[in-house]
Design a protein around this ligand. Sequence first.
Ligand SMILES: *[C@@H]1O[C@H](CO)[C@@H](O)[C@H](O)[C@H]1NC(C)=O
Ligand SMILES: *[C@@H]1O[C@H](CO)[C@@H](O)[C@H](O)[C@H]1NC(C)=O
Ligand SMILES: *[C@@H]1O[C@H](CO)[C@@H](O)[C@H](O)[C@H]1NC(C)=O
Ligand SMILES: *[C@@H]1O[C@H](CO)[C@@H](O)[C@H](O)[C@H]1NC(C)=O
Ligand SMILES: *[C@@H]1O[C@H](CO)[C@@H](O)[C@H](O)[C@H]1NC(C)=O
Ligand SMILES: *[C@@H]1O[C@H](CO)[C@@H](O)[C@H](O)[C@H]1NC(C)=O
Ligand SMILES: *[C@@H]1O[C@H](CO)[C@@H](O)[C@H](O)[C@H]1NC(C)=O
Length: 351
Amino acid sequence: EIPKEISHLIELEELDLADNSFNGRLDMDIFNMSGLRVVSLTNNTLSGNLPPNMCSILPNIERFYMSFTNLVGTIPYSISKCSKLTILELSYNKLTGLIPNSLGYLTHLQYLNLGGNNLTSDLSLSFLTSLTNSRNFTVLDISLNPLNGMLPASMGNLSTYLRKFIANSCKIQGLIPNEVGNLSNLLFLDLSGNNLVGSIPTTIGNLRNLQRFNLSNNKLTGFVGDHICKLQRLGDIYLDQNRLSGSLPNCLGNITSLREIHLGSNKLSSNIPPSLGNLQDLVVLDLSSNNMVGLLPPEIGNLKAITKMDLSMNQFSNGIPREIGGLQNLAHLSLRHNKLQGSIPDSMRTM
Ligand SMILES: *[C@@H]1O[C@H](CO)[C@@H](O)[C@H](O)[C@H]1NC(C)=O
Ligand SMILES: *[C@@H]1O[C@H](CO)[C@@H](O)[C@H](O)[C@H]1NC(C)=O
Ligand SMILES: *[C@@H]1O[C@H](CO)[C@@H](O)[C@H](O)[C@H]1NC(C)=O
Ligand SMILES: *[C@@H]1O[C@H](CO)[C@@H](O)[C@H](O)[C@H]1NC(C)=O
Ligand SMILES: *[C@@H]1O[C@H](CO)[C@@H](O)[C@H](O)[C@H]1NC(C)=O
Ligand SMILES: *[C@@H]1O[C@H](CO)[C@@H](O)[C@H](O)[C@H]1NC(C)=O
Ligand SMILES: *[C@@H]1O[C@H](CO)[C@@H](O)[C@H](O)[C@H]1NC(C)=O
């Protein structure tokens, strides 16, 4: 157990006990050294909960890390009294109940991770609206919680400093609001594994700094659309396991930063645009399980960095272009279940 005598260290400002095997029931009262600014208890086998008076015990806390610690109970509404908090890390515990709207009083908050708990919210995810008060907010992770709500338009009013919005596997329903496009400094957007419907908002074209875009495993319909091609820093596109139809945009070949394209298990029905061959750094191309047609363009032989190419379960026809033999980094290739014919090119012998 953490020795109670620790509370005699009355000058203590930072306490890091992370990654140990402290156990027993957490008694927050032992941290009543009023000067504590930083506490990390992450990754211990503690039990217990966050007491409603935690902010009177830790009035000056700025950074509080307590993930992987078996915490139970709710996040107390009174958390708002820890008014100097900039980092609150409570991921991978067993917290239940509502994400309190009082988090919005933490105007200095920059980083909030509540992922991997059993937290819920109301239908309009109103805690997101509250968090629009935190003007320096940069990272939000609420993944793997049964939130069961809909993204509010007010999410577009979150801080313009927001860099990561991670909300995968949260049972989020409804549309992706157009206002998502207001988060102009986002680097990572992950809304995968939810029940989102409707189409990808055209406003995502405003997320000029986006590097990773993950809407995989939802129920999105409509076209991928050309707006995605405005994202000239995009590295990874994950749009697999949706109901997207129409064509693979021609302009994808202009996003030369692309490294992974995951568009498998949709209803795409076009051919592969030859311009895709411009993607010199592309490592993964997954177009499997669509209705794509036409011939495999010889330009795919220019994808020199590619290690995985899955074009299976489509309607591609004609022969395998001999240029495929130039893909010397390719480790996984599937052309299974298409309408390809002719001979297997000799050039493949040296792959
Ligand atoms: C927890 O700490 C141990 C070392 O005590 C480390 O090996 C392990 O990777 C840590 N787990 C997590 C989830 O950080
Ligand atoms: C913290 O609690 C202990 C035990 O109740 C008490 O002796 C001590 O005076 C308290 N310290 C502060 C700084 O409040
Ligand atoms: C936001 O960050 C800036 C720069 O670090 C700092 O000066 C300012 O006080 C912060 N504002 C809030 C509300 O925390
Ligand atoms: C999550 O909370 C619900 C009630 O809100 C409960 O029925 C369920 O067992 C909890 N799940 C876990 C993994 O704790
Ligand atoms: C966003 O903030 C502006 C300015 O405070 C406000 O007028 C607008 O209603 C907010 N939008 C939403 C959707 O809440
Ligand atoms: C926020 O997004 C909405 C919907 O796309 C748009 O009408 C509005 O102008 C945007 N606001 C700002 C401040 O960019
Ligand atoms: C995107 O989301 C899917 C489904 O949640 C997940 O398997 C995949 O690892 C995610 N990709 C990245 C780069 O986070």
